[in-house]
Design a protein around this ligand. Structure first.
Ligand code: FAD
Length: 400
């Protein structure tokens, strides 16, 4: 699967941080993690800390799938607003999903602070009403978040928005708890760190066949070797669909543009993450080297050639939308990229096992909150493998 165009910003910024050998023998391990993007990295890190003997394999280099293309906004707000999610999965599960995303941001913050070269910046998140007709739903959302005490939220009216953000919008919700990070770098750091707890790492190792036995799994690699393990964790991002008997993902194309650096780096209120109520939504963040990132203009198709061909047009459109909000900021595009993206029926990820695939767990951080979902998946799977009950697991199960 072609997950992204060639030059996402963080990949160019850091290059290939580290390469690992490919697997050149048949091995036995306790747990094998398939896929070394941000999800596989957190899963492996947690499992190694819990004392498991873990091997991680990837057919690409580390972090070179969707993780390299991620724009890395961390929000506890799921793409499906709380009031809509309640209608789909019930009030308790909806609220708990939001709370788990909030906890995941804080947990990722603590983890990232262990690594000197991994950027993680906590900052507010601001969602504005794209149109006057969206105010009613946004008010409902604001009330629910306050009732359930999810983060600290503030209602902004037109004047507040003008004062804090300088653009015109009818209303919005300012949330205290958001963050931006560097998922590509964190992936490398987690894997490197987990090696101290025994993690074995093989890149350039494609799994071409999986046999799910009663007490083990047997994986065949492209080089003709075998990995035999007690448990398999599939962290193959959007390519995980290949291993699931029913279709769970809707594929989209998405686009991102990052500006040349500005001389000064204060653009709007606390350089908050900004997004809107429209679908698909436009989103903005800044970087620590004084750039502005704009993302969105999603298309509802998976066709990498068409996606990449549309990049010049999408760059213009993203820039145009930005100029409408901030006419005095002279945004000059420096890097543009496109990626494949995926949503589920309710905006929640799929985490856990499938009856037809014994000894196998899936950690699928689908949706706009992919990275926070990766952390939730790692927590749940570590609990399940450790024999601990996890009361949140049913919220994300395949049978929900
Ligand atoms: C443009 C863009 C912007 C985004 N912005 C955000 C954002 O702001 N916030 C957010 O939370 N999320 C965002 N996301 C989503 C987020 O990036 C993803 O959820 C996350 O990167 C997925 O990580 P992953 O490790 O699950 O998948 P991946 O990074 O794709 O890793 C999966 C790995 O599995 C490997 N693999 C697959 N099949 C095999 C096989 N057969 N054998 C061996 N290895 C295999 C692949 O090579 C790959 O490296 C964005 C995504 C895109 C594309």
């Amino acid at each position: 699967m072609d997950l992204r165009s060639h030059y996402p910003f963080w990949l160019l910024k850091h290059g290939i941080v580290k390469t690992y050998p490919s697997l050149n023998d048949s091995i036995l391990t306790e747990v094998v993690v398939m896929g070394a993007g941000i999800t596989g990295a957190i899963v492996a890190y947690y499992l190694c800390r819990a004392g498991f003997k873990v091997t991680i394999v990837d057919k690409r280099h580390i972090g070179q799938g969707s993780t390299a293309a991620s724009t890395c906004l961390l929000q506890y707000e799921i793409d499906t607003p709380l009031h809509k999610l309640m209608d789909i999965v019930g009030e308790g599960n909806a609220v708990r999903s939001y709370e788990l995303c909030l906890q995941a941001i804080h947990k990722l913050h603590r983890i990232a602070s262990n690594f000197k070269h991994v950027e993680f910046i906590a900052k507010p998140s601001f969602q504005f009403a794209s149109f006057g007709k969206d105010i009613k739903d946004l008010e409902k959302e604001y009330a629910l978040r306050r009732i359930h005490g999810i983060s600290e939220v503030q209602w902004l009216d037109e004047k507040d928005i003008q004062d804090k953000f300088t653009f015109k919008a009818p209303a919005g919700i300012l949330s205290r708890d958001g963050a931006q990070m560097d998922a590509y770098r964190l992936t490398h750091s987690l894997i490197h760190s987990a090696m101290r707890n025994g993690l074995q790492v093989y890149d350039g190792t494609e799994i071409v066949n999986i046999k799910h036995n009663k007490r083990s799994v047997q994986l065949n690699t492209n080089a003709g070797h075998t990995i035999t393990a007690r448990k398999l964790i599939i962290c193959c991002g959007y390519e995980s669909q290949n291993y699931i008997p029913k279709k769970v993902e809707e594929l989209y194309s998405t686009y991102a543009v990052i500006s040349e650096p500005f001389e000064q780096g204060k653009f709007w209120y606390k350089n908050s993450l900004i997004w809107e109520t429209a679908t698909p939504y436009l989103y903005l963040r800044t970087t620590s080297d004084n750039r502005i990132l704009i993302g969105g203009k999603d298309d509802k198709f998976y066709n990498p050639d068409k996606r990449d061909a549309k990049l010049p047009l999408k760059t213009k459109q993203l820039q145009h939308s930005f100029n409408k909000l901030f006419p005095v900021i002279d945004f000059k595009s420096d890097f543009e990229w496109a990626g494949t993206f995926c949503n589920t029926k309710d905006g929640l990820p799929y985490i856990g096992s499938i009856r037809q695939r014994p000894n196998t767990y899936f950690a699928l951080g689908f949706g706009g909150n992919g990275i926070t979902f990766s952390e939730i998946a790692a927590t749940i799977i570590t609990d399940l493998l450790s024999g601990r009950k996890n009361n949140d697991a049913p919220i994300f199960s395949f049978t929900r």
